[in-house]
Design a protein around this ligand. Structure first.
Ligand SMILES: [Zn+2]
Length: 218
């Protein structure tokens, strides 16, 4: 019963508290979850660099601890670094103390590696709990979801992902992508889809911004 109040009710009200995009003019934010990955993240950085696009990376703390150079490469290229928790455990499985640790530890590490503590937090699997909102207030982080997810729990071919994004694109969209983990093979499909996705969005008149830039726009 307590679980209903701790996890399920906050989940239901999340749309009121968590940001899913929708402002910032005719711009979209590309967001990459679950990295850094030593093989795929540099490839994504290359593609973004070649297209002159800035994006947002929601990093998993324990992966960032293993790949500090990749974290610094992301920040050094001018991209935004957000937190995706320490161990990518669903917050539905975390009590208040574990929730605090997941958020605090990741914030401290990413702050140390990039020179600025992350201002954004994306809960793993999009699952929240009641303790998360208080912890995010303490750590001055904003909860961010997404409005377009071209590949969910089942693999989607690169062309289908591009078509999905172009069909649903809207002003202020937050596009959820995976440069690590996700469904098996997700980063490879992402890298195959990303150039056409960027070109297609640009051809449709969209510019690119980080999530922080969209949030700052009024
Ligand atoms: Zn994730």
């Amino acid at each position: 019963m307590a679980w209903v109040g701790y996890a399920w009710l906050p989940h239901l009200v999340t749309p009121l508290c968590a940001w899913r995009g929708g402002r910032g003019g005719r711009r979209v934010a590309l967001t990459f979850d679950d990295g850094p990955d030593p093989a795929w993240t540099p490839r994504v950085l290359e593609i973004l660099g070649a297209h002159g696009v800035s994006a947002s990376f929601f990093l998993v703390g324990e992966r960032a601890a293993r790949e500090p150079a990749t974290v610094r490469a992301i920040a050094g290229a001018g991209h935004e670094v957000g937190s995706h928790g320490w161990s990518h455990t669903s917050l539905w499985l975390c009590g208040p103390r574990r929730t605090e640790t997941e958020i605090a530890r990741t914030k401290n590490l990413l702050g140390y590696l990039t020179g600025a503590p992350p201002a954004l937090f994306r809960p793993p699997w999009g699952m929240v709990n009641a303790a998360m909102f208080a912890a995010l207030r303490r750590h001055r982080q904003r909860c961010v979801f997404w409005s377009i997810q071209p590949e969910g729990l089942r693999p989607a071919p690169a062309e289908a992902q591009v078509a999905h994004v172009l069909r649903r694109a809207h002003a202020g969209a937050i596009i959820d992508l995976h440069d690590a983990e996700g469904t098996p093979g997700a980063p490879a499909r992402l890298c195959a889809a990303l150039p056409a996705m960027i070109d297609g969005l640009a051809a449709a008149g969209y510019g690119f911004a980080t999530v922080g830039e969209l949030l700052a726009a009024s």
